[in-house]
Design a protein around this ligand. Sequence first.
Ligand SMILES: [Zn+2]
Length: 251
Amino acid sequence: MQNGIELSKDIFIYNTGYCLNDIKNALPNQKSKKIKFNSKIIYIKNSKLKNVLIDTGYSNYINELDNIKVKIHNFITPINLIKFDFFKLKPDIIILSHFHIDHIGGLFNYKKIPIICSKEAYLNCLNSRGFNKLKTGFIKELLPSDFDQRVIFIEDLKKVKPFFGFDKVYEYKEFKFINLEGHAKGQYGVVYKDLFYVADAYWQKENLIYNMMPRKLTKIIHDNYEEYEKTLNKLHNIYIKNKYKMVATHD
Ligand SMILES: [Zn+2]
């Protein structure tokens, strides 16, 4: 994708990097072909929360870490960074959809500002053991040491009425946080005006348009494949109503 897409006059989408992956993993009806799975971030200007960054993408902090999970990630799907000046963005607050490395990789670029994220996701990353721990994909070293002082947990915000069949919905200023179960425990999408950022609740636009589940083989990397299917189904129903501009991290 071209970098710095203006979704509307105060909402921008940037790409921080990509991995090459078989399209068949996202769209099982397609012929095998390596495509880019982008790692996008969203920047919103002038909201009531001032400037807001949603997710932080890949950054060179990841490759500088001497970490076995990074090595495994780079062995299976090497991370390709896109030259991106994180410092041109001046967020006053950061929202994290979940804790996979392609969402928290650039967190270090932004000091001291508050971080909104899910308590369920965070505790799951900290407390999982064995294979479940590996499955969280969590690398604690990517979180700043003052994370606990900066965090605002979504589940401590005001709970509001369900949103198109999604029950766990919270609100802060003009932002809604929607629990999108299935991909990662405690993953939250973000609704702001007519933007609905769904993070990894689908991978490619065709998954959303045709309500098409990713390849069964990918079951192992999702927290709960059955819940993923229910979430995708609800998102597809929102998509056909054509009320929101839906954006996923990797499409
Ligand atoms: Zn993810």
